[in-house]
Ligand binder design. Structure first.
Ligand code: GLU
Length: 305
């Protein structure tokens, strides 16, 4: 299997030059565009990896399913569903979509920025610092890695350059979808996006969703199976930005990408996959990462369809 992964990465390497690094968060533009790594964790305990699987990068939008999980664990499905919808927007993750019509919770979902910012307010905690600390703890638990921490430089870069997210958060406040202080909520969101991970972390987090809530090493339940079903369904329809339909056709598994170049893929009951390659297509998905998943899905019959 390691050989197969090496072959796939060799085939996909040329695609790293077809994308562009995210530069709207200046710190992300410092990444090496040629990086490409993959890590697989299978339900029989096997681990396979190739390339730059150990290189760190920020989780960015891949934190959105973890935010959603934390909100579900703190509030249950009914409450979360009543505050943030589940329909694909078909629009970019940071689209403003402002019309004279009122913004309703059903117009957003947890995988676009507005939805994720609203989800931050649903995490239990006396302060936004405590909310973030609980999210970081959950991320460490799912990744089975206590070293997972905040990338301070990316966080500050994102906070400085986050005008569009500020606009989105103020719209949420205007329409009563959030009530809390906008800067505090955003600070939690910016920190969440700036958690530093590698492919192994993403694969292990993905594995907990693939195993419907069970820990990889102990088999103990970390969260209810119903929450995995909820998160995986939303990943399937909304996880790959406005390229989710195309990804469903070509790869066919729940997945989430981030503008840091990571992709976490969930193969229900079988596998968690972490991929990193920071050159992105115009939608924000890793070009080489998607190509690698496409090939892997065909070779290993991963599509759930
Ligand atoms: N922190 C990024 C933002 O809010 C996350 C975007 C992404 O990875 O999709 O713009």
């Amino acid at each position: 299997m390691d050989e197969l992964l090496e072959e796939i990465l060799a085939e996909c390497k040329p695609f790293t030059s077809q994308g562009a690094l995210a530069s709207y968060i200046p710190e992300l533009a410092k990444a090496d565009p040629n990086s490409l790594g993959i890590y697989l964790v299978s339900s029989d305990g096997r681990i396979n990896r190739a390339g730059d699987y150990h290189k760190p990068f920020t989780i960015q939008s891949i934190v959105k399913p973890i935010l959603l999980l934390q909100a579900l664990m703190d509030n249950g499905v009914d409450y979360v569903r009543s505050r943030v919808g589940v329909e694909a927007t078909g629009k970019p993750f940071d689209a403003i979509n402002y019309t004279e019509q009122a913004l309703l919770s059903d117009h957003i979902n947890p995988m676009v920025n507005m939805g994720a910012i609203a989800i931050c307010t649903m995490i239990s905690g006396k302060s936004y610092e405590e909310k973030f600390d609980r999210l970081l703890e959950l991320t460490r638990l799912l990744a089975e890695n206590n070293e997972v921490c905040l990338d301070e430089d990316v966080y500050l870069s994102e906070k400085r350059s986050g005008s569009k997210n500020r606009a989105l958060a103020y719209l949420l406040k205007t329409y009563g979808i959030i009530q809390d202080d906008v800067e505090e909520v955003l600070d939690c969101y910016f920190r969440a996006c700036s958690i530093r991970v590698d492919c192994a972390d993403l694969a292990r987090i993905g594995f907990t969703l693939a195993s419907h809530g069970k820990s990889l090493s102990t088999g103990e339940r970390i969260f209810p199976a119903a929450y995995a079903s909820y998160v995986n369904a939303i990943l399937m329809t909304c996880g790959m930005y406005d390229g989710s339909g195309d990804f469903a056709v070509k790869v066919g598994v729940p997945a989430k990408s981030g503008v840091g170049g990571g992709i976490m893929a969930v193969v229900p009951t079988r596998m968690g996959i972490g991929i990193f390659s920071p050159a992105l297509d115009e939608k924000g998905n890793s070009v080489a990462g998607i190509r690698a998943l496409e090939i892997l899905s065909k070779k290993l019959y991963l599509s759930i369809f």
